[in-house]
Design a protein around this ligand. Structure first.
Ligand code: GUN
Ligand code: ZN
Length: 439
């Protein structure tokens, strides 16, 4: 089955903070031709019009931006119901809201209901791929995989490993945690578009034995991912220092257990020095920049300029529910502001890159998603910058694509997400808001 999508296509070949305008490709009246979910042509309507008209299904989005679907490099589906819970800082927030909420996921019915809501909300915001923490309960991981698989989404998820310093109902053991992860890997890793991520929560909540077994598992099975948290909050760092006083840094503890490497993504990475950043780069470990969470929990300001100069991969992340929004547009806005406070002024192109190809690269998925390169999977977000009165008015006084993208990003939210396509198919059914079906 062939699908044609017509609109103002924008995507990236490389990082615009390095390649500048050469990194961006844009067709103001462009066409994507999609066969069985993959992109087989991308270019101007003036050239591809005939192929577009020959497609079995056609979606015409005049004056809408069509981007590769957003990639959220770190989030927690089980924290949906504690989003916007005020707390002085991370450790209190975990104790008072997050752990009690995650305990509810021993009930698979609850897990399934939240997973369904979470996936629908992601799609409503134009996010087509994410790296997701479930809870310690294997059933919760089943629930999020099933909800993503039902929609043929490219998704990464893992059961949390946590065998100490957590309430009893949220603890596994070193052995049982790995056994349950193995069973989930057998069932889900490589099924459809799903990948498994070994998920030790953070250093304080796993015994040395659990961390050793987690590293062994990550290295044993091809293409496994790994996700965790590092250097987010000063009290957390002091705790890790008490647990591993001889370690040079928090990150070094992960390295010593063998937990850094390709397809490993660490959220936050705020309180790093350049040795930490270089260690991340040397091991091909990626950072997830979580601006709304870092601001909300008062954790600190991520240093994007230093991250770039040390050469490690970085993506953007909502970190729901420490993060305050599912929206990658809102996440870009906050990333821009954090960078400002650190003396770096980002362009809109840099922000959209981080939310698309940059995120796909950070997760090691860029061979499959993140841009409109031929052969990639056709996950797409359609953005209507005229969807709000203010943006519609403001965009009229823009002159360049860069300005239009900047206004769209800075004033954007879910009202502008008109449609989200997975493998070419529209997901915001039944009605396609504002889209004109060509005949
Ligand atoms: N560190 C350990 N667990 C968590 C979590 O659930 N959220 C955040 N933001 N940081 C963490
Ligand atoms: Zn997190």
């Amino acid at each position: 089955m062939s699908v044609g999508i017509r609109g103002h296509l924008v995507h990236f070949h490389s990082d615009p903070s390095v390649g500048g305008s050469e990194s961006v490709q844009s067709f103001s009246d462009g066409v994507l031709v999609i066969e069985t979910g993959r992109i087989v042509a991308c270019g101007p309507y003036a050239i591809l019009g005939e192929r577009y008209r020959a497609c079995d299904e056609r979606y015409h989005y005049p004056e809408r931006f069509v981007f590769p679907g957003f990639v959220d490099t770190h989030t927690h589906f089980a924290q949906t119901d504690v989003i916007a819970s005020p707390s002085p800082s991370l450790l209190e927030w975990l104790e008072h809201y997050t752990f009690p909420e995650e305990a509810r996921f021993s009930d698979p019915v609850h897990g399934q209901a939240v997973a369904e809501f979470f996936i629908k909300e992601m799609l409503r915001q134009g996010t087509t791929t994410a790296s997701i923490f479930a809870t310690v309960h294997p059933e919760s991981c089943e629930a999020i995989f099933r909800a993503a698989d039902n929609r043929a989404m490219r998704m990464i998820a893992g059961k949390v490993l946590m065998d100490q310093n957590a309430p009893d109902p949220l603890r596994d053991t070193a052995e049982s945690g790995i056994e349950a992860s193995r069973a989930l890997i057998q069932r889900w890793h490589g099924r459809g578009r799903l990948r498994y991520s070994v998920t030790p929560r953070f250093i304080p909540t796993s015994s040395a034995r659990q961390l050793q077994l987690a590293a062994a598992l990550y290295h044993e099975i091809p293409d496994l991912h790994l996700q965790s948290h590092v250097a987010e909050n000063k009290d957390e760092i002091a705790w890790v220092k008490r647990l591993y006083p001889k370690s040079r840094s928090y990150l070094q503890v992960y390295q010593d257990f063998g937990l850094l490497g390709p397809r490993a993504t660490y959220a936050h990475c705020i309180w790093f020095d350049d040795d930490d950043r270089r260690l991340m780069a040397a091991t091909q470990t990626a950072a997830a920049f979580c601006p709304t969470s870092n601001l909300f929990l008062g954790s600190g300001l991520f240093d994007l300029a230093a991250t770039r100069s040390c050469g490690l991969a970085v993506g953007l992340a909502t970190d729901v529910g420490g993060g305050t929004s599912f929206s990658m547009l809102r996440t870009m806005q906050e990333a821009y502001k954090v960078a400002q406070l650190k003396g770096l002024t980002m362009t809109a192109e840099e922000c959209f890159y981080l939310a698309t190809l940059g995120g796909a690269r950070a997760l090691g998925l860029d061979a499959m998603i993140g841009s409109f390169d031929l052969g990639k999977e056709a996950d797409v977000v359609v953005i209507n910058p005229q969807a709000t009165a203010l943006c519609s008015r403001r965009i009229q006084s823009t002159k360049t694509l860069s300005e239009q993208l900047f206004v769209t990003m800075m004033l954007g939210d879910e009202r502008m997400i008109e449609q989200t396509h997975i493998l070419g198919r529209p997901m915001q059914t039944p009605e396609l808001k504002g889209a004109v079906r060509a005949d």
